[in-house]
Design a protein around this ligand. Structure first.
Ligand SMILES: Nc1nc2c(c(=O)[nH]1)N[C@H]1C(S)=C(S)[C@@H](COP(=O)(O)OP(=O)(O)OC[C@H]3O[C@@H](n4cnc5c(=O)[nH]c(N)nc54)[C@H](O)[C@@H]3O)O[C@H]1N2
Ligand SMILES: Nc1nc2c(c(=O)[nH]1)N[C@H]1C(S)=C(S)[C@@H](COP(=O)(O)OP(=O)(O)OC[C@H]3O[C@@H](n4cnc5c(=O)[nH]c(N)nc54)[C@H](O)[C@@H]3O)O[C@H]1N2
Ligand SMILES: [Mo]
Length: 679
């Protein structure tokens, strides 16, 4: 018997394993969690490196694969400079991997070009919270507090499918008649709500402005809180003043009365929370929208108040820790800022180099992918823990860029859609086969321990990075590969930074301590609740930030009269590499579908179960029609979990939020036709 944690989402439920069997779980687990052990011995699992020769991927020895990679990277660097080699990471990687990947890129490769899939996930919320509160920790309070809430406003989140065990923390609000869900679709989560607000996709900023207006005009603002603990209310009000709820109703479709009712429910509650997730964040105005929701929460006096708050639901297993230790293009360990001279000097000193040797901040994920293989762009890419062929926006375009590279390396469990394009594929160990730390959605650091032996022939990401660094001329002691050694270095590197792990150690975690960062020293009990004494700005105040509403980047028109939104379903995870290894999941949802109102289907000459062609300006997808009475007439929904011609991202647009580099995954203009009609 051994305890470990789930391979999937940011809840990181603990599970007990007996050999390769899951026998018990804390918190309930979902169907994906219970069936996760199938990923361990799956026949799809890759068990030896593959190297492309004669146009095909063929088995190769570890030494020959690693030698080849080091030789190609060094040759490209000699010819084109260090930035010719780029790195792409993932928010599912352990803290140790995220740390070592960032160090590998900046020291062993000397490249500025490293970013990760969390850019597509957390970047708008991270930017908004950091600016408003001074620190970005998804939930700055423990999950257990949420369970005590009287009212919760959940915006663009569908935890009934994306985090089923999380629903128990909404029970208090639900039973108290205080659960409000804002989602254009009547999801399984919205079904449980007291009040469902269904904004048109991409209009959340207008909805938040209407609700702030209602808070002010109904006299619900917590004036002493605003006076004592915040700055910038006047500027926020200057914009919201024009957004009386009736005007917001015209833009969003949410009745003014419902906007007022939602605000009253939050204001009347003793304990109230406002929570965002990807539905409201994955837009070209995602950061401005997160700010607008924070503004509402601040006006009601929630953040930093015991029993109340604002938070964002982190997504990937290590979505929180993955954004703290340096795999982000603008970041150094401890959630330090790569552009900050003091942070550069500190980390450079820690690594034994001069600050000038540290590269400058590089491009964000989509900008990086979109520059691959161009005249000035990278000629090689190393991918660890992501599958951008499926998950990047405007996927056909990005696939072309990946294919145009001189050299592509992918480390993965199986031959993902991205690995199919690679020159070298490296097979890695995964969750229950290796030890590492994960930081869950409430900022609690967990030890995900090895519970089973990995199959012969695979290596850990840490071993791969250490072996490559050494081949690239780095001293061995600079790149440890044992997880605990890497963690020991990471915690020292993080000391004094915003995400301070200095007091966290494997023995403390093994002993069962619940440690929420910051934990600045080994006797420190951790910080489950941030901001109670003050916000993390020098003056202790939270900041209102106000931006005007502009609307979706690609409004519908006569050629593309509908809007498409994309997201998740219960039985698949992300790009699907992992869940397609599990027969129970893959067989129950083998292919992509498109949800729409029956009338929308009828107008397009479609019906339930028919194959539809969904087209945007960028591409088209064949998907099976699923008619749902509660859908808006102007909207279709596709899950993004499927590869090849079933990729929802063939439709999406690479337009980015200029504040944070988040793509507009959640809305683009499309047309529907019967499958027989040419694109
Ligand atoms: N089963 C499963 N669980 C997962 C994952 C998975 O792939 N599969 N992935 C994990 C990860 S990485 C993440 S980030 C989380 C994501 O978790 P969620 O954010 O809950 O998931 P999504 O389905 O992406 O989006 C949530 C909702 O946003 C709605 N939405 C779309 N457009 C808008 C809009 O303009 N405004 C508003 N208010 N809502 C909108 C969609 O209808 C959808 O129901 O899930 C995690 N858990
Ligand atoms: N249209 C649309 N697109 C989206 C989204 C959306 O809502 N709509 N959501 C976005 C979001 S929130 C996210 S988080 C991204 C996710 O997009 P991806 O980054 O593509 O997500 P995954 O499928 O989790 O990719 C992880 C890959 O790494 C492998 N892997 C798992 N664990 C490890 C490990 O420890 N080491 C290594 N080397 N490999 C590992 C898996 O097998 C898988 O192939 O997608 C984004 N794309
Ligand atoms: Mo995500």
């Amino acid at each position: 018997m051994a305890d470990t944690h789930c391979p999937y989402c940011a809840l990181q439920c603990r599970m007990r394993m007996d050999g390769a069997r899951i026998t018990a779980a804390e918190g309930g687990l979902c169907q994906k969690g219970w069936t996760a052990a199938e990923t361990l011995n799956s026949g799809q699992r890759l068990r030896n490196p593959l190297v492309r020769t004669g146009g095909r991927l063929r088995p190769a020895s570890w030494d020959s694969a690693l030698d080849l990679i080091a030789e190609r990277l060094a040759t490209l660097r000699a010819a084109h400079g260090p930035d010719t080699n780029a790195v792409f990471g993932g928010g599912g990687l352990t803290n140790e991997k995220a740390y070592l990947l960032g160090k590998f890129a900046r020291l062993a490769l000397g490249t500025a070009r490293i970013d990760y899939n969390g850019r597509f996930c957390m970047s708008a919320a991270a930017k908004g919270m950091r600016r408003a509160f001074g620190i970005d920790r998804g939930l700055p309070f423990p999950l257990a507090d949420l369970g005590e809430a009287d009212a919760v406003l959940l915006i663009g989140a569908n935890p009934a499918e994306t985090m089923p065990p999380f629903l128990r923390y909404l029970r208090g609000a639900r039973e108290n008649g205080g659960l409000i869900v804002a989602d254009p679709r009547r999801t399984a989560t919205a079904e449980q709500a007291t009040l469902h607000l269904a904004p048109a996709p991409g209009t959340d900023l207008a909805l938040a402005l209407g609700m702030l207006h209602a808070a002010v005009t109904e006299g619900l603002v917590d004036q002493s809180y605003v006076d004592d603990r915040t700055a910038g209310f006047e500027e926020a009000w200057r914009i919201a003043a024009d957004w009386w709820p009736e005007r917001a109703e015209l833009v969003t479709g949410v009745a003014a009365a419902d906007q007022r009712r939602a605000v009253r429910m939050l204001a009347a509650a003793d304990r109230a929370y406002v929570l965002t997730a990807r539905g409201t964040e994955q837009h070209a105005d995602g950061t401005a929208t997160v700010h607008a929701w924070i503004n509402l929460a601040l006006a009601l006096g929630l953040p930093g108040t015991p029993g109340s708050g604002f938070g964002c639901l982190t997504g990937q297993g290590n979505g929180q820790g993955g954004r703290e230790h340096g795999q982000k293009s603008d970041q150094l360990p401890g959630y330090r800022d790569l552009a900050d001279p003091a942070a550069r000097a500190h980390i450079a000193g820690f690594w034994g180099i001069s600050p000038e040797q540290l590269p400058a901040p590089g491009p964000s994920a989509y900008e990086l992918l979109n520059s691959l293989g161009t005249e000035t762009g990278p000629r090689s890419l190393l991918v660890f823990g992501s599958n951008p062929v499926v998950s990047a926006p405007d996927a056909a375009r990005i696939t072309g860029k990946l294919a145009a590279l001189d050299f592509l390396v992918v480390a993965d469990l199986a031959v993902s859609a991205t690995a199919e394009l690679a020159d070298v594929v490296l097979p890695v160990t995964q969750w229950a086969e290796e030890t590492g730390t994960m930081t869950n959605l409430e900022g609690r650091v967990l030890l995900r321990a090895r519970a089973v032996s990995p199959p012969a022939g695979v290596r850990s990401d840490l071993e791969i990075l250490a072996a490559l660094a050494h081949r690239l001329g780095q001293p061995r002691e600079r790149f440890p590969s044992a997880p605990e050694d890497v963690f020991t270095e990471l915690r020292a590197a993080s000391a004094g930074g915003p995400a301070d792990y200095a007091g966290i150690s494997y023995p403390r975690l093994r002993s069962g301590a619940a440690l929420h960062w910051p934990v600045p020293h080994p006797e420190h009990a951790g910080t489950p609740r941030l901001f109670l004494e003050g916000f993390a700005h020098p003056d202790g105040r939270a900041v209102f930030h106000a931006e005007p509403y502009t609307g979706p980047a690609e409004p519908p028109d006569t050629g593309f009269p509908l809007q498409a939104t994309t997201g998740r379903i219960l039985r698949h995870y992300q790009s699907g590499t992992q869940t397609r290894m599990v027969p129970e999941l893959a067989d129950s949802v083998p292919r992509v579908h498109v949800e729409m109102h029956p009338e929308t289907a009828r107008r397009a000459g479609l019906a339930e179960g028919a194959p539809a062609r969904v087209s945007s300006r960028r591409g088209s997808v064949l998907a099976e029609v699923r008619c749902i009475e509660s859908m808006r007439l102007d909207l279709v929904f596709l899950p993004f979990h499927f590869p090849g011609a079933e990729r929802a991202n063939l439709l999406t647009d690479g337009v980015l939020d200029p504040e944070c580099g988040m793509p507009e995954f959640k809305v683009c203009a499309v047309r529907l036709d019967p499958a027989g009609v040419a694109a």
